[in-house]
Design a protein around this ligand. Structure first.
Ligand SMILES: Nc1ncnc2c1ncn2[C@@H]1O[C@H](COP(=O)(O)OP(=O)(O)O)[C@@H](O)[C@H]1O
Ligand SMILES: N[C@@H](CC(=O)OP(=O)(O)O)C(=O)O
Length: 297
């Protein structure tokens, strides 16, 4: 190895050891109030001299709405009202949380995304056909819109905040709907991106990825947790935090079992077992890269 490369490696090691991944699920980005809470959590991190990489999901309910629109269009159903609902949810957040002078560029970008989504849905409606590839492209709009929007809102408070679509660096095969990650290539691309942008506060879309041809793939429903684990493993993060609407992993789903209580500590194996047996709070494959690197989470 040349001296230059060795030096570079040491530099990378230095920046990696201090970083964390914070993932905010749909419930944490689903309303004006929860986005404000998210920003406060980030402010706490920044005050503590941390610069986490932030992974975001679609606003709660949005991925299900996108599924319903796509499947409905394939059956010949009109999607106009649902599309309007989707636009309104995002535009309402912008009106509440972006300064007036920053609103127009954000509306314009989101409108471009919604127009692309409309064209896609119109194609499905015309053909009465929804392929797994098209379905993934439709589903991607949830994370693409939320991450762009929250990135812009965050940039008002934290100069240097940027948003990025994970399709740039999470590379998979073409198993649309449940794509398999090419870890070697992904690790390299993630590190390269982080190295170029390490001074920034980076907001990354969860759930989405791309195949060799640049076509959008998804990592499976609930896959934003997995995005966090992939980035954490690639960047040697010291910690991966999964933020949601309940206090940690519990003995059972609190929506089903009223007496469920939070587990203060879990081994990786116990967490894996709980998630594989249906604890929706963590997406099962998430545990694999985390387990390999033995993260705190
Ligand atoms: N064992 C469990 N521990 C905690 N939460 C659980 C468990 N099993 C199911 N859940 C449910 O998972 C929900 C969080 O997952 P999800 O709705 O996907 O959140 P997010 O949108 O933040 O990713 C909780 O509100 C809870 O009802
Ligand atoms: N939005 C995607 C990915 C995801 O992980 O979402 P959440 O973090 O809200 O579970 C889904 O609903 O499947």
């Amino acid at each position: 190895m040349s001296a230059f490369l060795q030096k570079r490696k040491a530099f990378l090691f230095n920046i990696y050891v201090i970083m964390k991944i914070l993932k905010f699920g749909g419930t944490s980005v689903g309303s004006v109030q929860s986005i404000q809470t998210l920003l406060n959590i980030l402010e706490g991190e920044i005050k503590n001299k941390q610069k986490p990489v932030v992974v975001l999901s679609a606003m709660s309910g949005v991925t299900n709405l996108l599924v319903a629109m796509a499947e409905g269009a394939a059956e010949g159903k009109d999607f106009t009202a649902q599309l309007a609902e989707l636009e309104k949810r995002h535009f309402d957040v912008i009106k509440s949380l972006l300064d007036i002078q920053n609103q127009n560029p954000a509306f314009t970008r989101l409108k471009i995304l919604f127009n692309q989504l409309e064209d896609l849905l119109q194609g499905i409606l015309t053909l009465r056909e929804l392929t797994p590839k098209t379905r993934d492209m439709v589903l991607s709009f949830g994370e693409r819109c939320s991450t762009f929007m929250i990135g812009k809102i965050a940039a008002q408070r934290f100069p240097g905040a940027i948003s990025v679509e994970a399709t740039e660096f999470i590379k998979t095969d073409s198993s649309f709907g449940q794509a398999k990650v090419n870890m070697e290539l992904t690790d390299l691309l993630v590190r390269g991106f982080y190295q170029e942008n390490s001074s920034k506060l980076i907001f990354v879309t969860g759930f989405i990825s791309a195949n060799d041809a640049g076509q959008i793939t998804t990592l499976g429903r609930g896959g934003s947790d997995y995005t966090a684990a992939i980035l954490g493993a690639a960047l040697n993060a010291e910690e991966i935090q999964i933020w949601t609407d309940v206090n940690g992993m519990m003995t059972a789903d609190p929506r089903m079992v009223t007496k469920a209580f939070s587990l203060p500590e879990l081994t990786y194996t116990e967490a894996m077992e709980l998630s594989y047996f249906g604890a929706k709070v963590i997406y099962p494959p998430t545990m694999i890269p985390a387990f390999m690197k033995k993260f705190q989470s």
